[in-house]
Structures are given as C-alpha cells and as structure tokens.
Design a protein around this ligand. Structure first.
Ligand SMILES: [Zn+2]
Length: 281
C-alpha cells in the first residue's frame, strides 16, 4: 500500500529532487543474517545491493555533507550513510561492502556498549558478541572514509532523564570517545531519535558540530544541523523500493507517520508530574 502510494508520488519527488536537491542521510543499524525479519537489520546481500545502487550517486561523508549544507546551495542530490549503536557486524559485514563501493559512512557508538558492559536491549544476550569493542572502534576510526560519532553513554531515552544525567550522557560520551580515538567527535545521534529543546541545547553546548535525528526527509541548507533528517532503510527495501526511498517518494508518507509518533511522544510527556519537560533555551 505504502509502496503503491510512493510510486504514485514518484513524479512529484523527482521534480522536487531536480529543482531543490539536498543531502539525504540513510539510517542503518545492523548488517547480519538473522533467521527472521528485524526492522534494524539488513542482510549482507541486501546491503551490497543497496551500496551498489548508491554508488551510482554522489555519496559524501557527514563532513562534506555539512560543508555543502553550510555553503547554502546544493547542486545535485547528495547521500550519506550512517549506522547506529555500534554493532560488531558494522566492521565484519558492512565495512568490506562499503570499501568495495568506496562509500564513506558514520558509525554512532554508545560507550558502555563498547565497554561490553551493556548491550542494546532489543537483542537480549546472544551467543555472539553484539557490539564493537574499543580496539575495533579504533580500527574503524583509522579506516579512510569511516567517521565515529557519539550515541551517548548508555543509550537512554534522553528526554526522560534529569538535566544533569542528560548533560552527562551527551557531554561525557563525546569526551570518552575522543580520549579513546585521539580525535574530536563532531557528530551526535539521539537514541530512538526523540529529543526536546533541552537536548538540542545540550548537544550544542557539548561542542558537537551537528546531530542526526529520525525525522524523515532530505536536508537543505535551511535545516537545523542539530536535527538532521534521516531515511530509514530496512531489509524490505528491495531495489525498486530502495530507489523510491533515494528519490524521496516515501517522504510524504514518512512525514505523516513521524508526525503521528511525535504527537504521541508530546502527549506522553505533557502528563502532569512528568519530570521531563524541556527547559527553555
Ligand atoms: Zn540507537
């Protein structure tokens, strides 16, 4: 149904892309063979198919993408690739495919996952190690084309934290990754994508150059660089559907779904007694 609608919207999206091209940031999590469908996992075969297709376009690092946004004019559609949570398979499965097609990517790591002290609750305990350790993050950081960003210390739902804890998650994760990698950490990724005005302020104050959310759509020079939009890619995106996503034909549908989700989020946090109100900036 969504695909049908997206196909119908294709001519409109193609025109938008031609007249007003922007930076589209793709969001991946895991690249692995799993027995059942998982929204956060694409198979290595699917990922290779995506990267082969993407390589026909202009794919940039977040640094170059941000520079293009700041220049005030984007002349052709630009694409960037990101991975959230710092899974081991980003190194073992995704990296060889990225290198085959010379595609730069940013990996957002959660420091306690790299410590192997915590792991993403979605996958429980697995026989195989789930997350990158620090040696592996260092290897990735030294790999040309790979950028390491922060995805907090513990992957909390940031708006539910008190001010001090939220500041610590955002600030200390940047400092810890920088200390491990001996390089500055320019990019932040909000866990689960939900954020309030307080998180925006904290990310800015912590010294990040930009941050990515899960709001859908393409980024233009006017887009807030602390709320960069991303396009979620899943195993269900076969080649025709992946092409529709690259051109933005799914954006109107995703905007509606995201608005609904944001409304539910706002309602939840507007409850009296909620300690998670955003502080005004
Ligand atoms: Zn995450």
């Amino acid at each position: 149904m969504r695909r049908l609608l997206a196909t119908a919207l294709l001519p409109y999206a193609a025109l938008q892309n031609a007249w007003h091209p922007g930076l589209r940031i793709l969001m991946y999590h895991r690249v692995a063979r799993l027995p059942a469908y998982d929204q956060l996992t694409v198979s290595p075969q699917r990922f290779a198919q995506h990267m082969q297709e993407l390589a026909r376009h202009r794919v940039v690092s977040l640094d170059d993408g941000l520079r293009a946004l700041q220049s005030g004019r984007i002349r052709q559609p630009l694409f960037a690739v990101t991975f959230d949570d710092g899974y081991l398979d980003n190194l073992t499965e995704a990296l060889p495919i990225l290198q085959r097609y010379r595609i730069p990517a940013t990996i957002f790591v959660t420091t306690r996952f790299c410590d192997q002290a915590l792991s993403h609750p979605r996958y429980g305990t697995t026989a195989q190690r789930l997350h990158l350790n620090w040696d592996e993050v260092q290897t990735l950081a030294r790999t040309p084309g790979i950028t390491i960003g922060s995805h907090t210390l513990t992957h909390p739902y940031l708006p539910t934290l008190g001010d001090a804890a939220a500041a610590q998650e955002i600030h200390d994760s940047r400092a810890q990754i920088a200390a491990r990698l001996h390089q500055t950490v320019a990019y932040f990724c909000y866990p689960s994508g939900d954020l309030s005005a307080r998180e925006l302020l904290l990310v800015r104050q912590a010294g990040y150059a930009a941050a990515v959310s899960v709001a859908p759509g393409v980024n233009h020079p006017g887009t807030d660089r602390y709320q960069l939009r991303r396009t979620e890619i899943t195993e269900r995106d076969d080649l025709p559907q992946f092409r529709l996503k690259l051109i933005g034909a799914f954006d109107p549908i995703h905007h509606i779904l995201h608005a609904r989700r944001s409304r539910r989020f706002a309602q939840r946090h507007a409850q009296p007694g909620a300690s998670t109100e955003a502080t005004s900036s």
